[in-house]
Design a binder for this molecule. Structure first.
Ligand code: NAP
Length: 280
C-alpha cells in the first residue's frame, strides 16, 4: 500500500515541500506521496486525529501550528521539547511523535553554503519565534562566542535568553531591543528569523548601516530566494545563505526521520530550484 505524508499549515498553498518530497520519494523509488493539507484552525484537532485513522505516516508542520500542534502529540523528541516547536511528526506504532529539524537543518545548510567555523563567532539573531529558538540552540551548542537576540516583542527574547543561559555552555547570550540595532557594532554573522523580506512583508529586518561591515548574512525567508536583505548584503561583498538552503536540509532530515534512508539531496535541490524558476 502506498505511504502518505504531507504538510499541515494555514495557509499552505505556497509551500514547496510537496515538490521537494515527491521528487525525493521518486528518486528513492518509494511508493510514497506527499500532499499539502490546508487545515483551518478550528479543524486542527480533527486533522490530527485523522492522521492515525487514515494511516498517514508523517507530516511537516508549518505556520501557524508549530507550537499549537504539541498538544495533539503523544511525545516529542528532546530537541522539539527544548525548542517548544515541532516541524516534523512521525506516526509510529499508533503514536504521534513530534520532532524539530530546523536547527540541525540550519547547521547542515550553513556548513554546505558558508563553510566557515561558528566557534567563537559573534552572532546577531533577529526574531524569537520557533525558527529563531531552533537556530539559537544550535549556535550555542556549536560554541559561538556571543549571541545577541533582537525581537519586536521583547518578552519573547527574554524567555529564550533565560533558557539558553540555563542550558549552560560558554556562549554569552544577550537580549537586545530593535532600537539598539541602529548603533550596534557589526556582528560576524547576522541571521534573519522573521518573515520580514518575504513577498508582501516589505522591508529590511535591520538598518542598512549594520550590513556595511557584516561578513556573513543568512535569511530564513525563501520567497523570494534572494530577499532584500540578501541582496543588500551581497552588495557589500558579504557571504550569504538563503532560506531555500534551510528548506532543503530541514526537509532532508524529515525525510530521513520518516524513511530511515539517506535523502537524495541533489534531486531535492533540483526540484526546489526548478519550482523557484517557474515562480519567478
Ligand atoms: P514564528 O514562530 O511565527 O515567529 C515569527 C518571528 O518573526 C517572531 O519573532 C516575530 O516577532 C517576528 N515578526 C513577525 N512579523 C514581524 C514584523 N512585521 N516585524 C518584526 N518582526 C516580526 O515563525 P517562525 O516559525 O519562527 O518562522 C520565522 C521565519 O522563518 C518565517 O518567515 C518562516 O517562513 C521562516 N522559516 C523558514 C524555514 C525554511 O525552511 N527556510 C524554516 C522555518 C522558518 P514577535 O515575537 O514580535 O511576534
Amino acid at each position: 500500500m502506498p505511504a502518505l505524508f504531507g504538510i499541515i499549515g494555514y495557509p499552505v498553498h505556497h509551500s514547496l515541500s510537496p515538490i521537494m518530497h515527491n521528487a525525493a520519494f521518486r528518486a528513492a523509488r518509494l511508493d510514497s506521496y506527499y500532499l499539502a493539507f490546508e487545515v483551518e484552525p478550528r479543524r486542527l484537532a480533527d486533522a490530527m486525529r485523522a492522521l492515525l485513522a487514515l494511516g498517514i505516516r508523517g507530516v511537516n508542520v508549518t505556520i501557524p501550528y508549530k507550537e499549537r500542534i504539541r498538544r495533539y502529540l503523544d511525545a516529542c523528541t528532546t530537541e522539539a521539547d527544548w525548542i517548544g516547536a515541532v516541524n516534523t511528526v512521525a506516526a509510529r506504532n499508533g503514536r504521534l511523535i513530534g520532532h524539530n529539524t530546523d536547527g540541525a537543518g540550519f547547521l547542515q545548510a550553513y556548513r554546505k553554503t558558508i563553510g566557515l567555523p561558528l566557534r567563537g563567532q559573534r552572532v546577531l539573531l533577529i526574531g524569537a519565534g520557533g525558527a529563531a529558538r531552533a537556530v539559537a540552540m544550535t549556535l550555542v551548542r556549536e560554541g559561538i562566542g556571543e549571541l545577541q537576540i533582537a525581537n519586536r516583542t521583547p518578552a519573547r527574547t527574554h524567555t529564550i535568553v533565560r533558557r539558553l543561559r540555563r542550558a549552560g555552555g560558554g556562549t554569552v547570550v544577550e537580549a537586545l531591543g530593535l532600537s539598539a540595532l541602529r548603533t550596534l557594532p557589526a556582528p560576524d554573522l547576522l541571521i534573519n528569523a522573521t518573515p520580514l523580506g518575504m513577498k508582501g512583508h516589505g522591508a529590511l529586518p535591520v538598518p542598512r548601516t549594520l550590513l556595511a561591515h557584516t561578513p556573513i548574512v543568512c535569511d530564513l525567508v525563501y520567497t523570494p530566494p534572494i530577499t532584500p536583505l540578501l541582496r543588500a548584503a551581497r552588495e557589500t561583498g558579504a557571504k550569504t545563505m538563503g532560506g531555500l538552503n534551510l528548506l532543503l536540509h530541514q526537509g532532508a532530515l524529515s525525510f530521513e526521520y520518516w524513511t530511515g534512508r539517506p535523502a537524495p539531496l541533489k534531486i531535492m535541490w533540483a526540484a526546489l530550484s526548478h519550482a523557484c524558476r517557474q515562480e519567478a
